[in-house]
Design a protein around this ligand. Structure first.
Ligand code: SF4
Ligand code: SF4
Length: 171
């Protein structure tokens, strides 16, 4: 199994294969959801064996970090920092002005040091779940998958291996 880990190649291929990836998305939407989930979960566990997130950290560099209200409470309690000050200085509201979501205004994430999370046990669930490939309903989340394809080596490799497993041919 050839696994690509070079972030530059992954990003470049994300641009080059954009049309192909959207074409595969259209193909996947007509497939059986449970069958695809089973394959994706299998590929995900295989790809994970080759990827070390502590050597990557690209999602923490390229994506906005989102905390739920209770996650902010826990973080500021544990770190013994002023919650209101942290919210004011380090976060911004979501695109839709959600009251219970706080987006860090730093990118890369301010808690990333030397490609590692310095608040690992306090990181938000969204970070913990990323890149979400253990979840069901893969074919209903394909827009996000394509967005993550050029950011996360796990998503990139799973999507490429899925093309091969299903004998997908583009043009
Ligand atoms: S909180 Fe930790 S895991 Fe989440 S983006 Fe920041 S550094 Fe990464
Ligand atoms: S989840 Fe993906 S982007 Fe994030 S550190 Fe792991 S391999 Fe890198």
């Amino acid at each position: 199994m050839k696994i690509e880990l070079d972030l530059n190649i992954i990003k470049r291929n994300g641009k080059i294969r954009e049309e192909e990836n959207f074409s595969f998305r259209s193909y996947l939407k007509w497939q059986d959801s449970d069958k695809i989930d089973k394959i994706v979960h299998d590929l995900y566990s295989k790809v994970l064996e080759h990827v070390d997130c502590t050597e990557c950290g690209n999602c923490c560099m390229e994506l906005e970090t989102c905390f739920q209200k209770e996650e902010i409470d826990r973080l500021t309690d544990e770190l013994k920092i002023d919650k209101e000050k942290f919210i004011k200085e380090s976060t911004k509201p979501g695109e839709y002005g959600e009251k219970d979501k706080f987006y860090l205004n730093s990118m890369p994430c301010q808690f990333l040091k030397d490609k590692k999370c310095t608040i690992y046990s306090l990181r938000p669930e969204e970070c913990n779940s990323y890149p979400y490939l253990h979840k069901d309903d893969f074919i209903f989340r394909l827009f996000g998958v394509i967005q993550n394809y050029e950011i996360c080596p796990i998503v990139y490799n799973v999507y490429e291996l899925l093309k091969r497993r299903l004998n997908f041919k583009y043009k």
